[in-house]
Design a protein around this ligand. Structure first.
Ligand code: NAD
Length: 254
């Protein structure tokens, strides 16, 4: 059985690469019109080109999710282009590894991570939820992480930011539970994107060690996150809200 979508228009932040690009492609493959957004213009336009070459409909709109005015303009441009906003995947995020211990993190690192990962999602929700309410429904998926559920040694600020994403997700879900707007989160383990490649820097032994920490013995693929995001947006998840869905090869089951 294929997934059923009542809506027509999907927005993906962080859509220039990795998980965001793969999810934008997956929405388009389901026949949805897709707004791809990112600070990386070349990457975002590359995602749009891939969608159009496959016969889909997409536009790129540049937006830094940390800037409220840009996020507001992104939602306005989405409505101007396609008239609706049915699904939003708030996925833009950054990681910074601190030293071995929590005090090794700097104030600048704290502000940078919190700005993108927490304030960015909050900015998006603030401008998306009124649109979905006014049009009679919608679904949002925020990208958290297994670091939103578990410890992330050497990445305590990142872990704090992803726990916060789950807090925003659950709170918004309850506020809108009777208003046909669902809000969920996806919690990936390590996924084979630029983010992972930056972490291992070509060190195959390190990469293999990370892979073996997953009970399935491998890292995930971006398409495996896209599939979960599409499910959470689809009518098949009509009774699911406020959920943090792990897609983690068994990591959090240990
Ligand atoms: P990625 O680095 O390939 O992609 C992230 C995208 O976000 C990039 O295109 C980047 O330009 C964009 N971005 C960064 N700051 C932005 C800003 N201020 N405004 C708009 N766009 C911005 O990484 P990815 O692995 O695809 O990560 C996507 C999401 O998944 C992130 O939220 C990340 O924290 C989360 N995640 C990744 C992994 C992993 O192992 N790759 C695991 C768990 C969660």
């Amino acid at each position: 059985m294929g997934m059923v979508f009542s809506g027509e228009v999907a927005l993906v932040t962080g859509g220039a690469a990795g998980i965001g690009r793969e999810t934008a492609l997956a929405f388009a493959a389901e026949g949805l019109k897709v707004v791809v957004s990112d600070v990386d213009v070349a990457g975002g336009e590359g995602t749009v080109a891939l969608i159009r070459n496959a016969g889909g409909t997409a536009s790129f709109i540049r937006c830094d999710v940390t800037r409220d005015a840009e996020v507001k303009a992104l939602m306005e441009a989405t409505l101007a282009a396609y008239g609706r906003l049915d699904y939003a995947f708030n996925n833009a995020g950054i990681e910074i590894e601190q030293g071995d211990r929590l005090p090794d993190g700097t104030e600048a690192e704290f502000d940078a991570i919190m700005n993108v990962n927490v304030k960015g999602v909050w900015n998006c929700l603030r401008h998306q939820l009124p649109i979905m309410l006014a049009q009679g429904g919608g679904a949002v998926v925020n990208t958290a992480s297994i670091a939103g559920l578990c410890a992330a040694p050497k990445m305590s600020i990142y872990a704090a930011s992803k726990h916060a994403v789950i807090g925003l997700t659950k709170s918004a879900a309850i506020e809108y539970a009777r208003k046909k707007v669902r809000v969920n989160a996806v919690c990936p383990a390590v996924i084979d994107t630029e983010m992972f490649r930056r972490a291992h820097g070509g060190d195959e032994q390190y990469a293999a060690g990370v892979a073996s920490r997953h009970p399935m013995g491998r890292v995930g693929q971006p398409g495996e996150i896209a599939a979960a995001v599409l499910f959470l947006c689809s009518d098949g998840a009509a009774f699911t809200t406020g959920h943090a869905l792990t897609v983690d090869g068994g990591w959090t089951a240990i």
